[in-house]
Design a protein around this ligand. Sequence first.
Ligand code: ADP
Ligand code: MG
Length: 609
Amino acid sequence: MSDIIHLLPDSVANQIAAGEVIQRPASVLKELVENSIDAGATHIQIVIKDAGRTLIQVVDNGKGMSETDARMAFERHATSKISSADDLFSIRTMGFRGEALASIAAVAQVELRTRREEDELGVMIEIAGTRVFKQEVVHCDTGTAFLIKNLFFNVPARRRFLKSDNVEKGHILNEFYRIVLVNPDISFSFYDADEEIFQLPPSNVKVRIENIFGKNAKKRWQQQLLSIETDTNLVSIKGYVGKPEFAQKTAVQYFFVNGRYMRHPYFHKAVIMAYNQMIQATESPNYFIYFEVDPQTIDINIHPTKTEIKFENEQAIWSILSAAVKESLGKFNVVPSIDFDQEGAIDIPTNVNIENVRPPQTSFNPNYNPFTSNYKRPTLDWEQLYGDFEKKEKTVEPVDELEFQSVITTETVEQQQKIETVEARAENFQFKNRYILTGIKSGLLMIDQQRAHTRILFDLFLSQMENQKAVSQQVLFPEILDLSPDDDLIFEQMLPDLNLLGFDFEKNGSNSYSIKGVSSYTGTASVENLLLEMIDKAKTTAEEISSGLHESIALTLAESASVKSGQRLTNEEMNDLIDRLFACENHNYTPDGKKIMTIFTADELEKRF
Ligand code: ADP
Ligand code: MG
């Protein structure tokens, strides 16, 4: 029997190795741009086509390569960045394994043009599947231009493994953000085919963040960033954290160490815990935190696609980080920003007679022991609460929201009767134009009107999306919605739902839409802002189209269309709101988990007298 072990041909071995480094178009982009940064470029231009499948071009004004180096660069383990194993521990450059270009050349068609400042002529190399097709002397600018065409042209399995253009573009943008956020002094331009996606001038970190994420909501980003800064002999930490009120379901969160993006779930906890009680459990703050440590004290994962990094002094740094975040949040609390949004603000009456103001009386039961008390959670079952009422009034039919509005305006005989029965049922009191107080069998029920209406509308919108029966309202002078490319990816996924809710858009070219029709519930507020807010919320579910997306759309619209705190309601309106609230399956909490109502039991109230 002949021997069966043989060596793989080079081309196959290279393809296998390439699979480690180059998994998708985004990996090519990352490797090329990092090389440009290592080469000292101050301007980097990126062009992609078809989400990078057919073309990725990176042009820099860095130091370029000599003819020999240009040829050498494609050899596996060819690098100018480390020369001994010791260097591995003090790596400051992005690349160091000398594998990226070899890998890219193994699985794509590559064209390189490069020239050093001191050379009169540059060199052009064409290489594909590791074979050099052309090498010649050319006129070109100082710096390096890489053109990567038809990625995985020779690896069909890899090509099939790629996801939709939207997903691949999303990956590309993520890599792009990770790089540009640590290199604010380098200018970047980014084109998708002929369309300019980003034009980022050299700036500082804060402006870079605003330029990227605040493209369509600059103010939102300018208002929310609080700087953090701390310097110890273990670590220096700088960066920005978002104010609690700007927390979102999918927040923008970045850690960097020594100029490199990293994931660090343990440090992430430190940040989140610093926001303790300030934000909803379902939301998370935005942050951009930059660590600088002695490279000897971290173990950067040598694997090029892994972003986890091990720190020698993890616990100490955890505490330092936590303190730094708390400090800046604390400062912010002492000096609140000027913000005209009064929602949730404490209502301070202006006409108080100071002499009559007395300190509030508190009382407590010294014998109360929470562990032995037989206190029971009140059941908030509507039928039980309204047990006093006539049977026929207890069953509340789900009412269409439009009907709700017409109850107040149109006076048909039937509705007139309805109002009367409602009135006969309960006398409500509206406290601070914000809470509805109403007597019930077991005590006093207090309902947050805005939250209640949000729940009602949310349920209604979800059912509209299921039953496809929304009323649209045509707009006479359409507003224009301009989106950033990654927002547009999400928006496209939201379009079918928005159409079901009565919205109507016309595309004006890439990332731009005319708003031609809106849901009949959109109030007077800017539709553009409403949609941007929806996109922000929907980012949670951008990865896959799921029921989560319906819900986030329904919630944003519901929050925007709901009766607001501060709005005076008539007794009929209050009664209707209460009815409709209790017709909702989950009437105790808003869709995002905020409490809608509370009960002061008769017992509790009695104890106060
Ligand atoms: P690494 O970055 O790990 O060294 P690469 O395969 O990415 O390995 O690149 C190999 C070498 O090619 C680099 O060490 C560098 O000397 C050279 N090189 C690559 N890209 C550029 C560029 N844009 N400008 C100048 N030199 C470059
Ligand atoms: Mg490299």
